[in-house]
Design a binder for this molecule. Structure first.
Ligand code: ADP
Ligand code: MG
Length: 231
């Protein structure tokens, strides 16, 4: 059986609807969606060792089925550059999370590659009761939250559908490049949308998927956070 079915079956068995970030990213990897390198550490020393393997700077994040919005819980610390900073951040995250929700079950701490800052985009999927799996694409931050500049298409997407979802955004000129901002790799974003379409079509038990943010680079793109919710 593939990783994706294994992860989904395991979550169902445990009665969990929200997949953990490392689970969601493992599924993404199986569908050729680029994600930050990561490993789950169970203690501070392990975290420091993984940081070394992955390469500095790294980001540490809480892994808990009871914490969906990790930064709200003080569960994300970015830009860690030394083993000392990693062990400190490890302790700090556990402390923050305990304050936020004393009964949260802690699976471990995710150590991951820090993705360089760039234009942030959001790839989403939602299972519409009428239309079925539907993909969403937009730019991060104010573009989605305030300007509602997002495009939807019903899955399965053709590469042309995916391209239209990107180029029809009002904010598309930002991706095409302007002033000192280099153009984003539109092909890489088309591939992520197409892969996400395949992912949700193959797995109808997925109710919601969020790749938020995806860093769009001049060459390639990288998913920094992934969330999958099951029916
Ligand atoms: P959540 O959405 O659950 O609060 P995220 O994993 O999205 O947590 O982390 C919050 C923010 O931290 C992200 O929106 C991003 O700006 C930054 N961030 C998280 N992981 C990374 C990473 N690997 N590289 C760079 N920035 C990151
Ligand atoms: Mg996020």
């Amino acid at each position: 059986m593939n990783q994706t079915s294994k992860i989904i079956n395991q979550a169902k068995k445990e009665g969990r609807k929200a997949l953990l970030e490392p689970e969601a990213k493992t599924i993404c990897m199986e569908y050729d969606i680029p994600v930050t390198k990561f490993k789950v550490a169970l203690n501070e020393n392990e975290a420091a060792n993984y940081a070394c393997e992955i390469g500095y700077p790294v980001v540490l994040k809480i892994v808990s089925p009871d914490i969906i919005h990790k930064s709200d819980a003080g569960g994300v610390i970015v830009n860690l550059k030394t083993p000392g900073e990693v062990t400190e951040a490890y302790k700090k995250i556990l402390e923050n999370v305990k304050k936020y929700n004393a009964s949260a079950k802690i699976v471990g701490i995710l150590v991951q590659e820090m993705a360089p800052q760039s234009t942030e985009v959001i790839v989403g999927a939602i299972k519409d009761p009428q239309f079925g799996q539907t993909l969403m694409f937009g730019l991060g931050g104010i573009f989605v939250e305030i300007l509602k500049d997002v495009n939807f298409r019903i899955a399965p997407l053709t590469p042309d559908d995916a391209k239209d979802m990107i180029t029809e955004l009002k904010a598309y000129p930002l991706l095409k490049g302007y002033r000192n901002t280099p153009p984003a790799d539109i092909g890489a974003l088309v591939n992520i949308l197409s892969s996400t379409s395949r992912l949700v079509m193959d797995n109808p038990e997925i109710k919601e998927l969020d790749l938020n943010p995806v860093m769009a680079y001049q060459k390639g793109a990288k998913t920094v956070d992934a969330r999958i919710i099951l029916e």
